[in-house]
Ligand binder design. Sequence first.
Ligand SMILES: [Zn+2]
Length: 153
Amino acid sequence: MIIDHPVWQKVLPYLKPPSKGRQNFDFSFPADVRAEALAVRVECVACRKMMAPFRARKQGSTRSRVVGTATEGHIFYSGACPGDRDKGCSRTGAAKQHKKELLEVLGFKDCTVSKRGKLAAVTAERDALRLELEDALQSLRIAGEIYEEEHTR
Ligand SMILES: [Zn+2]
């Protein structure tokens, strides 16, 4: 497991937390840590061949969507062989299990909770609005009754 590798403690501070269901292990390294990470070789979790788990994220251009920001420093981690070498490895159950375990180790197990949490917040807001609306309707009904009473005398 990568977390037992001596490089792990060095790269960890540069890990960007996965967000919005995007469960990738992305890093933004300073040059020295980047070189060290890229030199790491571990066994693929699926086929056990030695491979580089830290890889530069290939992008169409070296510019990110933020204008003028080079993305060359961005590295991602994968426990399985890169796609161009062996397409199968990253799609195996072993690779998925590894990813899941790593997310758990990192405390990102509940990534999807944010979505659920958001839903709960929206539901609570909707319920609060509904109560407010009922209150308003009730006030309106009472006002209407008072008006009726005053004008039917
Ligand atoms: Zn492999």
